[in-house]
Design a binder for this molecule. Structure first.
Ligand SMILES: [Zn+2]
Length: 253
């Protein structure tokens, strides 16, 4: 028997659950832009935090629901990942900003992983583009002695980046996806309790880890930036600077 009106009352909870899914893709989309990334994380956590209260509110007068839901509610409030995420959310409410940690390196990639990676600090407040810009400035001054910008058809310059939240070991987007799936288990059970076929929630639509963590750059435009810097009237190159290969705007091949 489908309790239609019951299901209707659950709509706000499922809407919030869907909204959280949408924010996960926002996190993927803005992974290399510090501010929008943080903002999306903020609304993601807000959305998932509202799901269980909305379920409870929708079904509180439904006979038998409270007792049936009790173990789910307990399991969710004891879940270490959800606890950490919600704690971070409380931190935002009181301190205004999520305290995100960011790490990364710059290098070249051949499509999988990083080759010639240099650890280079990627500040949590800056975009990956800023880190790349600072790196190009460093190369302009000190010389591209590793041949980072030398012509190579098989590889692309890249920033590899990771985000973490205090208390959570895994990457932020992985953690959010896992949190969503944990809540999905409960939402599926609730839907089933309401008499519909148990839905299967998955996140196969997520970006691959390579797509997420790597931002690739066009070598020629980076070289143009470096040459522009060196062409500025006040530019001073380090005394022992040298480039591994001549850097010009002509294609060598
Ligand atoms: Zn999706």
């Amino acid at each position: 028997m489908t309790k239609n009106s019951t299901l209707d009352r659950l709509e706000p909870a499922f809407d919030r659950f869907q909204e959280a899914h949408f924010w996960i893709h926002g996190l993927e989309r803005y992974y290399h832009q510090a501010e929008p990334f943080r903002w999306h994380l903020n609304v993601f956590i807000k959305a998932i935090k509202e799901i269980v209260p909305l379920v409870r509110k929708a079904l509180q007068n439904e006979s038998g629901f409270k007792d049936w839901f009790e173990p789910f509610g307990e399991k969710l409030s004891a879940d270490p990942l959800l606890r950490h995420l919600f704690k971070n959310r409380d931190y935002v409410v009181h301190h205004g900003m999520l305290a995100l940690e960011s790490s990364g390196s710059l290098g070249i990639t051949e499509g999988r992983g990083i080759k010639l990676g240099l650890n280079f600090p990627v500040n949590p407040n800056e975009d990956s583009d800023d880190a790349m810009g600072a790196f190009i400035r460093a190369l302009a001054v000190n010389g591209d002695f590793l041949g980072f910008l030398a012509e190579d058809e098989d590889s692309l310059p890249c920033v590899e980046r990771y985000w973490r939240l205090p208390g959570i070991d895994e990457d932020v987007v992985d953690a959010c996806a896992r949190a969503w799936l944990i809540l999905g288990e409960t939402m599926a059970a609730v839907a089933e309790w309401c008499g519909i076929e148990r839905p299967q929630f998955n996140l196969q639509c997520r970006h691959s880890s390579q797509q997420l963590h790597f931002k690739v750059y066009n070598r020629k435009s980076l070289r143009a930036k470096l040459l522009d810097l060196r062409a500025q009237p006040n530019f001073v190159m380090a005394a022992d600077a040298h480039d591994a290969a001549p850097l010009s705007m002509e294609d060598e091949n």
